[in-house]
Design a protein around this ligand. Structure first.
Ligand code: ZN
Length: 138
């Protein structure tokens, strides 16, 4: 694996881990270490390494945290809108069924990759990068 890393990664000090800057870089889907390179290789697929500084981010496992936060955020946006719309305008049920599932799906698909980036950045900033499970005594 080390032969695939670019030369600037060797002999340099490890990147400084700070939670908030890493989290903010992650929300922009940028590398939590250098804040410049991409940390995603697709819509939700995390790249093996940053394409700018070669920080290995592929071992960071976000698991169910991004969907959990996405559901929480989208629910706190959509449910009050439903309650407000129903109490103020009393639209017919077919209109509810046309608007709210589509809005929920759209918000979820828009927010999920950015929230996953934020979780990735937060985990990197907290040094929960998966290296703790590699090698070493059992
Ligand atoms: Zn980087």
């Amino acid at each position: 694996m080390t032969d695939t890393l670019p030369p600037q990664y060797f002999g340099s000090k490890p990147p400084k881990r700070r939670f908030w800057p890493s989290f903010r870089a992650g929300l922009r889907r940028r590398c939590p270490a250098c804040h410049q390179g991409k940390s995603f290789a697709g819509y939700l697929k995390i790249a093996d390494h940053c394409d700018s500084c070669a920080e290995p981010v592929g071992n960071i496992r976000c698991d169910d945290v991004p969907p959990y936060f996405t559901i929480t955020i989208v629910g706190h946006i959509v449910v009050p809108l439903i309650v407000y719309t129903e109490s103020r305008y009393h639209p017919p049920e077919w209109l509810h069924m046309a608007i709210w599932p589509a809005l929920t799906l759209m918000l979820t698909l828009i927010l999920l990759p950015y929230i996953k980036g934020g979780v990735l950045g937060a985990m990197w900033g907290l040094d929960i990068t998966g290296h703790e499970h590699q090698g070493g005594p059992e």
